[in-house]
Design a protein around this ligand. Structure first.
Ligand code: ATP
Ligand SMILES: Nc1ccn([C@@H]2O[C@H](COP(=O)(O)O)[C@@H](O)[C@H]2O)c(=O)n1
Length: 254
């Protein structure tokens, strides 16, 4: 299964235009295939991950700025990200949107796998998601990113640290804190208004919430312990929530 995933991964996700990259493509430390092979080969024979053969710190260009946006399903991450884009000129990259796009892309060999993960509220292996994110960052040519819905579990965080952490300047984690009942009502409301999402239903939501509690909250707590979390009460109406968001971004120099 993983071998098949590895063999198709390059074709599916290495589609960013040359030249727009965060790094020169020839210097990319490991291909996606190599990353997958490394992770899924036996521990004993697994070589140490290679370090990039260059020093980012010595480059004169500024690293792209990244804000991670986390919170429960339906907490309002996407809604607030649109407002932040308008007000602070960030580029919004939703991991969920990128996965849905890849799922629907004609010829994608990840379609069935991604659909299964999404419907069951599970987190897609990071090699796929992180490469979609990196490619979208490269393709945008921009330098301020809201990365929405990522990192969602330890695998996401580890993969990001391997592939991306050195290439960007992570600013903070914007955490939309919202009670479970409110989140459920928002997602069900979104489904009833025709979102077309295969996971805006009670059966998927139970699984998504369980994944959030078991896998995502520990990541938020980890960042909190590192003093990197800006917590926002996401239960008021969207404009009131944005008032708080705006305050955080202004205070952070944006
Ligand atoms: N503050 C708010 N008050 C009431 N409804 C809201 C608020 N914020 C968002 N909504 C509505 O709740 C639903 C979910 O919002 P949104 O898509 O922004 O959440 P999300 O956190 O990105 O969700 P997911 O993680 O499932 O993608 C949408 O229908 C949106 O219009
Ligand atoms: N890092 C991620 C983010 C999302 N997913 C999958 O997509 C589903 C929908 O995500 P939203 O952020 O749009 O709610 C989510 O439940 C996961 O199945 C993922 O695997 N990894």
């Amino acid at each position: 299964m993983w071998r098949a995933l590895a063999q198709t991964a390059l074709r599916a996700v290495d589609r960013s235009p040359a030249g727009a990259g965060l790094l020169p493509p020839k210097l990319a430390p490991l291909t996606l295939t190599q990353q997958l092979q490394l992770r899924h080969s036996s521990k004993a024979s697994q070589p140490k991950p290679q370090q990039p053969p260059y020093k980012i710190a010595s480059m004169s260009v500024e690293k792209p700025k990244v804000v991670f946006v986390l919170g429960g399903p339906g907490a309002g991450k996407g809604t607030q990200c649109s407002k932040i884009v308008d007000r602070f000129q960030f580029t919004h990259l939703s991991a969920g949107d990128l996965l849905r796009e890849e799922r629907s892309r004609e010829g994608s060999e990840f379609g069935t796998l991604i659909e299964d993960y999404i419907r069951n509220g599970k987190i897609v292996p990071v090699e796929v998601t992180c490469s979609l994110l990196e490619n979208a960052m490269k393709a945008s040519g921009k330098s301020r990113f809201l990365i929405d819905g990522f990192p969602r579990n330890q695998d996401n965080l580890d993969g990001w640290n391997r592939q991306m952490a050195e290439k960007v300047d992570m600013q903070f984690v914007l955490f939309f804190d919202c009670g479970e009942d409110v989140c459920v009502q928002r997602c069900l409301g979104r489904g009833q208004s025709g979102s077309g999402r295969t996971d805006d239903n009670m059966e998927s939501l139970k699984k998504r919430i369980s994944t959030y509690n078991n896998d995502s909250l520990p990541i938020i707590k980890f960042f909190e312990g590192a003093g990197q979390v800006k917590r926002i009460d996401a239960s008021p109406d969207a404009d009131a929530v944005f008032g708080e968001v705006e305050r955080v971004f202004l205070a952070s120099g944006f």
